[in-house]
Design a protein around this ligand. Structure first.
Ligand SMILES: [Zn+2]
Ligand SMILES: [Zn+2]
Length: 133
């Protein structure tokens, strides 16, 4: 794959976005500098980055596909309120034993634990708005 300014802008946008962005978020992000780049191009580029192992794809819960530039082994905290996905690292989670119920029927190649709940910012927002009503 050739490295074009467009492609490096897309990759940089994923890194700098900090959360796990969707293709349309990346598209919006780079449109500030490159308004001529289409959402299709962004989509295709993100998928080829994925094919090259530069990005992971995170399947949202019913939402659009999100891209994760963090290729270290890690796990996710998923906020049900704002939809944010936060990376976390845990040896205990990495070393979690494969349940015997799946061992015979499935070869596990990657382990990712997703914990759903409410992130700190949403907790704080809750506290702040509590006085009004
Ligand atoms: Zn949240
Ligand atoms: Zn992640």
């Amino acid at each position: 794959m050739r490295i074009t300014p467009q492609r490096s802008a897309i990759y940089k946008a994923v890194l700098e976005h900090g959360d796990h962005p969707t293709a349309s978020e990346i598209h919006k992000w780079i449109a500030r500098d490159m308004p001529h780049v289409s959402i299709d191009t962004v989509n295709r580029t993100l998928h080829s980055f994925h094919d090259m192992g530069l990005l992971n794809i995170v399947e949202g819960e019913g939402g659009p596909r999100r891209f994760d530039p963090n290729t270290r082994s890690h796990h996710h905290l998923h906020c049900d309120r704002c939809g944010k996905i936060i990376d976390f690292y845990s040896d205990a989670a990495d070393n979690m034993p494969i349940p015997p119920e799946v061992q015979n029927d499935f070869i596990v190649e990657r382990k990712r634990i997703v914990l759903s709940g409410i992130c700190r910012e949403c907790m704080n927002a809750n506290d702040a708005s509590g006085s009004g009503t």
